[in-house]
Design a binder for this molecule. Structure first.
Ligand code: NDP
Length: 312
């Protein structure tokens, strides 16, 4: 079986940053790209908040640069998806969907999280043309415009509050007659004059010529007084939760109730010696490219120290 000193699973900012650091530390990293090569940034348009790009950078370009930087320091980048992990004892074993199983002294889990979508065909049709699952990434393009945020949890309230600082008007489409968010977040949106919370509303589809111009909504779906109408909007933001891509690691590492891998304090240590988690798979709070990159860096430094300390 192939033996790897530093195995990195995932190719978002966390995975590539880990690879850059691990490569420069001579750990001969092997990185598996996973389901979405380049991660979530490959589905955004312009990234304007990643330090070092005063004019902004296209998400896919940023990821391509990170990939090249990781390759420059000798990272062996492979395209396959991890389907099984055995982290019971070292060397740890990971099996990929190409049928290969490798063993590794250190494993950096950087498999990210996937934003949940409603499953409407129009979400795909208008991807990058008015549909977004990240207000911090894309909100800036909706200055003085009208947007809708779907969801009634803390993320939706946070996104709506953030967008209210940019947009002229923010609708929240909440399927229940109440918000699920924490009290303080509820108060914040309900008291915000720019935010209008539409309870018992579901989105059914989007319309527009060259981008989103509106959303078809249904009020009190399934009730005798069910009502269908259209709402004019320029941007449609999903905030109905993220699913961390941690399923195959769950038998081994601690996860919270949503599935985010729990690490020790601010470190990427999972509690299993030599196994680290970095980026969105372990971050229910920030979920930014720069914070993911930072945790990837920490994971690689930890991996290096672990290998050194164990003479591996
Ligand atoms: P949540 O699961 O808490 O909320 C998801 C929201 O989306 C709910 O209102 C839910 O409705 C709605 N929703 C889910 N599926 C659909 C659907 N198909 N159609 C319409 N609406 C839908 O996810 P969050 O991302 O908001 O939060 C995740 C966790 O992270 C929570 O524990 C939260 O407290 C935490 N968090 C904390 C923050 C903070 O403290 N600052 C910031 C962000 C998140 P329903 O209520 O009907 O199920």
């Amino acid at each position: 079986m192939e033996h790897i000193r530093c195995l990195i699973i995932g190719s978002g900012p966390a995975g590539y940053t880990a690879a850059i650091y691990a490569g420069r530390a001579n750990l001969s990293p092997v990185l598996y790209e996973g389901i979405q090569p380049g991660g979530q940034l490959t589905i955004t348009t312009e990234v304007e908040n990643f330090p070092g790009y005063p004019e902004g950078v296209a998400g896919p370009d940023l990821m391509e640069d990170l990939r090249k930087q990781a390759e420059r320091f000798g990272t062996d980048i492979r395209s396959a998806i991890a389907v099984k992990a055995d982290l019971g004892e070292r060397p740890y074993q990971v099996t990929f969907d190409d049928g290969n199983t490798v063993e590794a002294d250190t494993v950096i889990i950087a498999t990210g999280a996937t934003a949940k979508y409603l499953g409407l065909a129009d979400e795909k049709k208008y991807a990058g043309m008015g549909v977004s699952a990240c207000a911090t990434c894309d909100g800036f393009f909706y200055r003085k415009k009208t947007v809708a945020v779907v969801g009634g949890g803390d993320t939706a309230c946070e996104e709506a509050s953030y967008l209210s600082g940019l947009a002229a008007k923010v609708y929240m489409l909440v399927r229940k007659p109440f918000l699920r968010a924490s009290k303080i977040m509820q108060e914040r949106v309900l008291e915000n004059p720019k935010i209008e919370v539409l309870f018992e509303h579901n989105a059914e589809g989007l319309f527009g010529e060259n981008g989103v111009e509106g959303v078809h909504v249904v009020k009190r779906k399934g009730e005798p007084d069910e009502q269908h109408y259209d709402l004019a909007i320029d941007g449609f933001f999903l905030a109905i939760g993220h699913k961390p891509n941690s399923d195959i690691f769950k038998p081994w590492v601690k996860t919270d109730e949503t599935g985010y891998i729990m690490t020790e304090g601010d470190s990427p240590r999972t509690g299993i010696p030599g196994v680290f988690a970095a980026g969105d798979v372990a971050d229910p709070h920030y979920r930014q490219a720069i914070t993911a990159a930072a945790s990837g860096c920490k994971a690689a430094i930890e991996a290096e120290r672990y290998l050194l300390g164990n003479k591996l």
